[in-house]
Design a protein around this ligand. Structure first.
Ligand SMILES: [Zn+2]
Length: 239
């Protein structure tokens, strides 16, 4: 019972994040503040949506993937994102042993997946999600009394930044973004140095495999934040 309720709650979060990502993408500052004041409207004809159209999964299936107002196709990633988030919240629930850690891991995973989806589509990380994870990480350190994470996260961030600096000069281009470096710092607020190294190793492996699947490896920009998120999720599901 509780698992199905959490799944439904997760699908609502997934629906919310999908629209928030779209809003963030259309804004230059990536904060998405106007999102909270605007009402949901159709992406094609801009008519306001009914409450029923906003129910995750159900409305997509009932409307058979078409908008009610103008019968345009609703991209299937809406539907997929809702299912991913539904499963994610259930996973966070099964993994956590107290309510507060369930809340932390739900928000943490939600923001991570939001970053991955955004980076995949736009090759940039919105500041909003980085800030959410930063505050959550500091709160986690305070709760678990693991202040040493701050030192190891800082150390790793400086090391990665130096690598970025060398690579940028070597290849005369921006090899990966500052957002990626900040994301590594944020991840370091949740795990110890060894685990963070393991996450970076897993993420790089995923990145290399992804890079090799592209025709022109050096010219195609890769979503490294997405690889970082995938590496982290692999780590947390095994850990
Ligand atoms: Zn429409």
């Amino acid at each position: 019972m509780i698992v199905s309720l959490l799944f439904i709650a997760g699908t609502c979060i997934g629906s919310f994040i999908t629209s928030l990502n779209e809003k963030l993408a259309s804004e230059s500052n990536f904060f998405g503040l106007s999102f909270f004041t605007a009402r949901s409207s159709c992406n094609h004809c801009h008519r306001q949506l009914f409450f029923f159209d906003l129910i995750p999964i159900v409305s997509y299936l009932y409307l058979r993937g078409k908008t009610r107002c103008c019968h345009k196709t609703i991209p299937h990633h809406y539907f997929i994102n809702e299912i991913i988030y539904g499963l994610l919240i259930v996973f966070a629930y099964l993994e956590a042993n107290t309510f507060i850690f369930f809340l932390i891991s739900s928000i943490f995973y939600s923001a991570l997946i939001a970053i991955a989806l955004f980076d995949r589509d736009f090759l940039i990380i919105p500041k909003t999600y980085l800030l959410i994870i930063l505050f959550l990480g500091l709160f986690n350190i305070y709760l678990t009394d693991s202040y040493n994470f701050l030192i190891s996260a800082t150390f790793m961030t400086v090391a990665v930044y130096l690598i970025k600096f060398i690579f940028d000069n070597l290849f005369a281009k921006n090899t990966f973004g500052m957002g990626d470096v900040l994301l590594i710092f944020n991840l370091g607020l949740f795990v110890d140095f060894f685990s963070l190294s393991l996450i970076l190793f897993l993420s790089s492996l995923i990145g290399i495999v992804h890079g090799l699947s592209k025709k022109d490896i050096l010219k195609t920009p890769l979503p490294f934040a997405m690889h970082l998120v995938m590496g982290s999720l692999v780590f947390f599901s095994l850990y």
